[in-house]
Write a protein that binds this ligand. Structure first.
Ligand code: SF4
Ligand code: F3S
Length: 104
């Protein structure tokens, strides 16, 4: 599966949702997640993300993100249509450790 990772937080560009053939993105207030059981590993979303936040879970160190994607995909609503990025998207793009900063 592919997973949404830290740099999506407070950017949420949503370009990714338009290209997913199985509509497996789910939307929280500050970032999106991919449902790991629904993702068919096609990879088309990865280059579409301006924040480079989407990665295959085969990359090392993404266990935490796989868990986060998996958990929130079960409770957040599905999103299939692109919307405006968050107001602070530009400033937040590239900030390190956003999950720790904002959610712990
Ligand atoms: Fe959707 Fe393909 Fe991205 Fe998986 S890899 S989330 S199926 S676009
Ligand atoms: Fe997030 Fe990138 Fe999609 S910033 S909403 S994963 S296009």
């Amino acid at each position: 599966t592919y997973v949404v990772t830290d740099n999506c937080i407070r950017c949420k560009y949503t370009d990714c949702v338009e290209v997913c053939p199985v509509d497996c993105f789910y939307e929280g207030e500050n970032f999106l997640v991919i449902h790991p059981d629904e993702c068919i590993d096609c990879g088309v979303c990865e280059p579409e993300c301006p924040a480079e936040a989407i990665k295959p879970d085969t990359e090392p160190g993404l266990d935490k993100w796989l868990k986060i994607n998996s958990e929130f995909a079960q409770i957040w609503p599905n999103i299939t249509v692109k919307r405006d990025a968050m107001d602070e998207a530009k400033e937040m793009d590239g900030v390190e450790g956003k999950y720790e900063k904002f959610f712990s």
